[in-house]
Design a protein around this ligand. Sequence first.
Ligand code: F6P
Length: 364
Amino acid sequence: MKRLLVVTGGGDCPGLNAVIRAIVHRASQERDWEVLGSIQAFNGVLREPTEVVLLDNKKVAGIHFQGGTIIETTNKGGPFAWPVKDKNGNWTTVDRSDEMIRKLQIMHIDGVINIGGDGSQRISKRLYDKGLNIIGVPKTIDNDLSSTDSTFGFQTAVQVATEAVDKLVTTAASHNRVFVLEVMGREAGWIALNAAVAGGAEVCLIPEIPYNINKVKEALEKRFHRDRGFAVVVVAEGARPQGGDVVTQENDEVGYENKKLGGISGHLIQQLKESGFEHDMRQTILGHLQRGGVPTAYDRVLSSHFGVKAFEMALNGDWGKMVSYRHPDFISVPLEEAVAKPNLVTMDNPMVKTAQGLGISLGI
Ligand code: F6P
């Protein structure tokens, strides 16, 4: 019997369960494969006692439309940076990767499928370099991985953000207000840009294009003076003004290494007020609503493709690679290539051209 361990790492994402189900269903068609899941990314393997569960057809029945991940996840710590307290009571990290690989050998694990974003796939690459049989499955609502045409979870996040724009339009129109909707997107503005186009926003500000507050004000005033008196601005959490920095929040969670973003919508409203913009403004931070709940049909289909392909890669011993969607095919790319560069919005991207063609101001 061969044993495959499935891990979900990083922030959760709609479609994770559909990937898990697809791996298990495909594996059950082979007589000699068993699938296990590590609880909370690699923590389940590293903890004593070990927290690993059997994933069979019964366990994954009906999970394809459930948000989250039945095997839980974490975006803190990990095998290379396990948090421990030093003798002074301060938190520090230790590398437990060798110990974990030895433990996986003792558990007779033949290979691992790591479903996660860029951070998780960097961990996959380092573990592969240490000799672990590992395959990556790309996951991110931000759509910021360049080695695949798209990642599951993204369409669901865009749908949620677009529905928020639709809702804000009616209240903005009723009160002649500007609504600033803050959506996720640390370094990549894909969610913001897609929701702005789909929802018909007037302004869209993204991390890749630092904005000029005077241009934002100009676009909004034009809208109020020559057109209907309301507007919706979609701003990605990682957006920043020209010459300025991103807006962050305090975070004292042990092992959390990312900057905790959030608050650019309020900062933008403040800047607009200071620049003399006089209309009423309100902010809405959409936050984790974009990550929770039922994945769209598109994301379930993409997740299912990824799961089946990932298992078949394991079957063929295609380790050290990540599943990738290159329309219309599902291929495998070396992990090294998978994490080499992020997928960011560039000025020549058709989404930018379409947004500008629709008259959406990008604040430049
Ligand atoms: O990377 C996905 C993402 O949703 C980012 O857009 C966001 O900044 C981050 O995760 C938030 O993660 P959490 O609050 O779970 O730490």
